[in-house]
Design a protein around this ligand. Structure first.
Ligand SMILES: Cc1cc2nc3c(=O)[nH]c(=O)nc-3n(C[C@H](O)[C@H](O)[C@H](O)COP(=O)(O)OP(=O)(O)OC[C@H]3O[C@@H](n4cnc5c(N)ncnc54)[C@H](O)[C@@H]3O)c2cc1C
Length: 238
């Protein structure tokens, strides 16, 4: 069934990190969404020029009436620049969704769950973690998350709180631009797998190079390729 474009309204906006802004949009969907899905947004200029982009849903499906998007400002980014600098609560935004059938996790799928995110690629993984905490807290889950610096870690306070307080959830940060920082490598993957045990489901999300590199590392570490699902946000910056 083709999804139709519909008008949604921004009901809240707040900085999430220096480069990422959180927007809450009221949506009028007649069916629930699943953690991992995304929406398309479409901007139309006064001269009729249109730009369309995809953004993952960060919030839990348990709150279907309003969704959170986390949008990273890219240098010269056409649509991310608009959402970072121009869009404000009260604005109407053209949106269609929810979209995506493969990169989704539902409590019935169980775990263990290995989530690997790079930069804003953590966004759909946040929806999965939030849903897991509410609906299936017994499912073991580990998030391996690569960000540039500590300040760039999306939902940092929440993730640290969950790591400390939620049995069965583990957080591993790989900060690439902090002193002594390093990217996700074979050793980090090996350590995550040892801590979690064999994952039943692995979700990898980020830029094209990030997803390719991590997928190769996972397969090299013995994770069955059929259990790995990927979402590519485009872009070249790992
Ligand atoms: C399924 C899906 C879900 C997505 N979810 C999110 C999300 O939750 N949050 C989010 O911030 N983005 C997300 N994206 C990326 C988003 O759709 C846009 O590509 C991004 O916001 C750039 O659009 P722009 O118009 O600002 O940049 P453009 O004007 O299209 O491009 C500006 C410059 O940035 C480069 N670029 C384009 N995309 C990226 C990228 N993703 N990373 C690095 N460089 C890039 C381009 O090559 C170009 O040089 C998602 C993409 C997909 C396919």
């Amino acid at each position: 069934m083709a999804l139709i474009w519909q008008e949604s309204r921004i009901v809240a906006a707040a900085p999430e990190t220096p480069r990422v802004r959180r927007l809450t949009l009221a949506v009028g969907w007649d069916r629930p969404f699943r953690a991992g899905q995304h929406v398309d947004v479409r901007l139309t200029a006064p001269d009729g020029y249109q730009a369309q982009r995809s953004y993952s849903i960060a919030s839990s499906p348990t709150r279907p009436e309003a969704i959170d998007l986390l949008i990273e400002r890219l240098d010269d980014g056409e649509v991310s620049g608009f959402f970072s600098d121009v869009a404000e609560p009260g604005d109407a935004i053209e949106l269609r969704g929810p979209i995506g059938g493969a990169f989704v996790w539902e409590p019935a799928q169980g775990g263990p769950l290995l989530l690997v995110g790079g930069g804003s690629g953590v966004v759909p993984l946040l929806a999965m973690l939030r849903h897991r905490a509410e609906a299936a807290p017994d499912v073991p889950a580990l998030l391996l998350y690569s960000a540039r610096t500590a300040a760039d870690v999306i939902a940092r306070d929440e993730l640290i709180r969950r790591d400390a307080g939620e049995p069965g959830f583990g957080l591993r940060l790989a900060l690439t631009r902090e002193p002594g920082g390093r990217r996700i490598d074979a050793a980090r993957i090996g350590e995550a797998l040892a801590a979690l045990g064999g994952p039943a489901h692995t979700f990898v999300c980020g830029s094209n190079p990030f997803v390719s590199a991590v997928s190769d590392l996972l397969v090299d570490a013995g994770v069955p390729a059929a259990t790995i699902r990927t979402e590519r946000f485009g872009g070249e910056t790992p």
